[in-house]
Design a protein around this ligand. Structure first.
Ligand code: SF4
Ligand code: SF4
Length: 75
């Protein structure tokens, strides 16, 4: 199946609150093991099976607008 969407999370602005992790219906956002400059484990998308549906729940729930959602148009 073709990839539908993906997200980018700005790791330096993320404060590791976990709202995006909890709200993602596909459970494809996890905390990084790395620390950012503020000392938080930033969220990152781990989506090897291309399950992101571009619903935007992560984007809508992020209090710091760290997330950008990219929807890939059908060919
Ligand atoms: S757009 Fe939807 S499916 Fe994709 S990472 Fe965000 S919450 Fe999950
Ligand atoms: S909701 Fe935003 S600030 Fe919170 S963990 Fe996700 S990307 Fe980071």
């Amino acid at each position: 199946m073709a990839r539908k969407a993906y997200i980018e999370i700005d790791p330096e602005r993320c404060k590791g609150c976990g709202l995006c992790v909890n709200v993602c219906p596909q459970k494809i956002i996890k905390f990084s093991k790395e620390f950012n400059a503020k000392g938080y484990h930033p969220a990152q998308q781990i989506d090897p099976d291309e399950k992101c549906i571009g619903c935007g729940f992560c984007y809508m729930n992020c209090p710091d607008t760290c997330i950008t959602v990219y929807r890939i148009p059908k060919e």
